[in-house]
Each structure stands twice: as structure tokens, then as C-alpha cells.
Design a protein. Sequence first.
Length: 215
Amino acid sequence: MNQQIIDLYDRYTHGGMSRRTFFERLAILAGGTAAATAMLPVLENNYARADTVPENDPRVKGEMVTFKAGQQDVSGYLVKPAADGKYPAVVVVHENRGLNPHIKDVARRLAVAGNVALAVDFLSPLGGTPADQDKARDMIGTLKPEDVTSWAQGAVAYLHTVPSSNGKVGAVGFCWGGGVIGRLAVAEPTLNAGVVYYGQQPPAERRRTRKRRAR
């Protein structure tokens, strides 16, 4: 596929343009509206085909839960191994499209690997992740970083209370979620590990503050 088309879709995915602008530019690169329409299914996610661990997989148990982050109610998809025991826990932070089927699948993969996973819906305080991905992206843009960090800290605190958690809590984030993990790692002293699948770094002065606290 033409690299220009891949770069265009990447800019659209990461919030660089509206869907209408994306499609207009895609039509130019593809050679027409019909060609662009035919190309869309190749470019866009197919969540049904991408599932690695089905929702009904007997190795895991999943449910939607609501927890408190300060005074705010926040929802998330909690998945744990079906077998009784104590497991490390992981906060999963989605991209700028909200809590979608792919991120839920990531949580189930972590559970299969022996973790309690909480995929937080950071749009739940606004009514929840909508089916329209572009609307979800617009909603993400209205969130305040300090609120998001507080909600992520609430997720860490919640996982400490889950009976099947062994008390060790890490976090992983993707794209927009990667930036959330960076801020969470600075703000939350009880976080044991953080993995950033690219994302904005926290301000340097905050990183220095965290280093001083760690000494």
C-alpha cells in the first residue's frame, strides 16, 4: 500500500484531522471516491477478527465495574483468571477512541497470562465510550489531564482492594493512554510498574519531583 495512504491514516487516527477531511484526501490518493470506499475496510480496525481471547473464554472472568476516584464514579472492564488465587494487577489505558473491543481483548490477554486487568473507560464520567469512534475522539479532547490522572490513581487504588489482587499494581497505556501512564507514574507512589506504548511525556519538573520522592 502507498506509504502516503498509511501516513494519512496515521494522522487521522491520532487526531490530526476530521473524518471528512481524511476521506477527501484518501480519495485523492486512491484515485477516486469508489477506490477510497473500497480501501476503508482494509485500513480500519475489524474488532471481530482481531479478538485473541473471546469474551466467553473459560480461562477468564470479566465484568463491568464502577469504582470511586475521589468523588467521581468511573467504570471499567475488570478481568481476572478463572482459577482462584492471588495475582498481580494491571490498569489498562485505551487510546483516544475510548474503551473499545480491542482494549477489552488486551485486558483478557493479560488475564490469561495470570493478571487481574482493569481496562478503564475514561469516558465513563461523560456517559461512556460511544460506538462512533470520531465522537469518542472528540470527547477525549475535552478531558482535563489532571482529572484523567486522578481517575487513573483511583483505578490503582481500586485494584488494591480486589480480593484476587496480590497487592502489586502496574499499568500499561497505548497512544493517548501512554501519556496517561507517564503522568500516573509520576503522581502515584504505589504504582509498581508502568509501560508506555508511546505517548506524551510528563513535564520534566514533575519527573524530578518523583525522583526526589523515590530517594
